[in-house]
Design a protein. Structure first.
Length: 135
């Protein structure tokens, strides 16, 4: 089974105030078996943006942590017309364009979307592959 990692999970790997045991478990598995994981390319941009805003050494944390993870074998999906069309379906359910890309990628890969976004879970209503970790 493949897993699609949301930025809400990845951010918890870098911010002390956001640490969560489920996010830590995902990180350990990404390091151990990166080929089991996928992300839309936008994950890198989202994590970079948050780290620059909230981490005392945002760029360094991104370079040391996120870049090595992304280059370590995780599948990175660029935005394509196909992904955009599939994501549009989720936007019409009420997801943001960003979240819709994660959901569409998970659907395409028959993967599970790992997110802390409870609102996204409610909008999809548990239908499809979505796992939300409790806060």
């Amino acid at each position: 089974m493949k897993w699609v990692v949301d930025a809400s999970v990845a951010i918890r790997w870098f911010l002390e105030d956001e640490v969560h045991p489920n996010a830590d478990a995902v990180l350990a598995k990404v390091v151990d078996a990166p080929a089991l994981f996928a992300v839309p390319e936008l994950l890198a941009f989202e994590v970079f943006s948050v780290l620059e805003r909230l981490h005392p050494a945002g760029l360094g944390a991104f370079q040391r942590g996120m870049v090595s993870l992304l280059q370590g074998g995780v599948f990175r999906q660029p935005m394509t017309e196909k992904l955009a069309k599939r994501a549009d379906r989720f936007v019409k359910l009420g997801l943001t364009g960003y979240d819709a890309c994660y959901a569409a990628l998970a659907r395409d890969l028959k993967a599970v979307w790992l997110t802390f976004d409870l609102r996204a879970h409610e909008l999809i209503d548990g239908g499809g592959n979505l796992i939300v970790a409790p806060k």
